[in-house]
Design a protein around this ligand. Structure first.
Ligand SMILES: C[S@@+](CC[C@H](N)C(=O)[O-])C[C@H]1O[C@@H](n2cnc3c(N)ncnc32)[C@H](O)[C@@H]1O
Length: 298
């Protein structure tokens, strides 16, 4: 079983994001550390974009919210990386005109596929932006965590609705359009021609432990979060699911070299590849996860 090394440090050490940073750091190291072209779709206020720019990369943040982009711009200026951060007000459903096809090394799409109108089109567009060999970092809400969270906080009917609903949604008032499971998220990426290489649970325990415990032993919480993130069944009930998927190189796309069957391409540990068992795309991250009973906000 592949484990995420517990080497995250500094600003990347927050238990709620450390697993994603660990995956991203490995990806950046794999690329040799040179400046990369990165696009953060729905990147918001720059929680990922600014640290990536501080590491020397050029980051374009596409977001629908002018307020979020204003905050991003301020944050980038304060960090001294304004020249490496481009803020673009735009729609994830219309990425095509924002960068040349095949020009981006790494695309981030975190907590966005749950809220867009057409997730298939978004994933197809971001896959087209990637260079061959480029990677997509995708973070989505996990339906299972939402079900458990609602049940643990006493909302059994809501939990049952979440469980049954084809989109993993609780009616029209739900802030999310859909929720996912590991299979449905992987199927979405595979459908866009991306090879899923890694799948982790994010916030397996970070949303569950009482705040006093988290405050008293942040290192212990971080270590546990990292250790549990790649192990089933723990990752399967995490608040969010993180997938790293790659656009195959031209060689890998030769007929027969990369069947779209969910079989891991050469060099990918089978234990980390996600089988495309899911059927429908179902769920998003409310952020509540299975945490509701702990009374901790998402
Ligand atoms: C939950 S936040 C996630 C922010 C950031 N990716 C993160 O993980 O911290 C969702 C972001 O997606 C943006 N967003 C929502 N729908 C969008 C769309 N159709 N196109 C572009 N951005 C969108 C929102 O403005 C918001 O900044």
């Amino acid at each position: 079983m592949e484990r995420t090394p517990a080497r995250v440090a500094g600003p990347h050490a927050a238990p709620r994001t450390a697993v994603v940073w660990a995956v991203l750091e490995r990806e950046l190291q794999r690329r040799g550390g040179g400046p990369l072209e990165i696009m953060d779709v729905g990147g918001g206020t720059g929680g990922f974009a600014v640290p990536l720019a501080e590491a020397g990369h050029r980051v374009t943040v596409v977001d629908a919210s002018p307020d979020a982009l204003a905050a991003l711009t301020r944050r980038a200026a304060e960090a001294g990386v304004a020249e490496r951060v481009r803020a673009v007000q735009g729609d994830a459903d219309a990425l095509g005109g924002l960068a040349a096809p095949g020009s981006v090394d790494l695309v981030l799409c975190h907590a966005v596929l749950e809220v867009v109108d057409r997730p298939v089109e978004v994933v197809t567009a971001l896959a087209a932006l990637l260079r061959p060999g480029g990677a997509a970092s995708v973070l989505v809400a996990n339906r299972a965590a939402a079900v458990l969270s609602r049940a643990m906080s006493g909302h059994l009917e809501v939990a049952a609705t979440l469980l049954r609903d084809p989109e993993g949604r609780v009616g029209l008032k739900d802030t999310l359009r859909r929720r996912f499971d590991a299979g449905s998220a992987a199927a979405l990426l595979l459908g866009a021609g991306l090879a899923v290489e890694e799948s982790h649970g994010v916030r397996v325990v970070a949303d569950l432990v009482p705040a006093a415990v988290a405050d008293a032993n942040p290192d212990g919480l971080l270590a546990l979060e990292l250790a549990a993130s790649s192990i089933s069944p723990y990752r399967d009930v995490a608040t969010q699911l993180h997938l790293l998927a790659r656009r195959p190189s031209d060689e890998e796309r030769l007929p027969g070299a990369f069947p779209a069957t969910g079989v891991a391409p050469p060099g990918v540990a089978p234990s980390t590849a996600v089988p495309p068992t899911a059927a429908a795309v179902d769920g998003t991250a409310d952020g509540a996860g299975a945490a509701g009973a702990a009374g901790k906000p998402a």
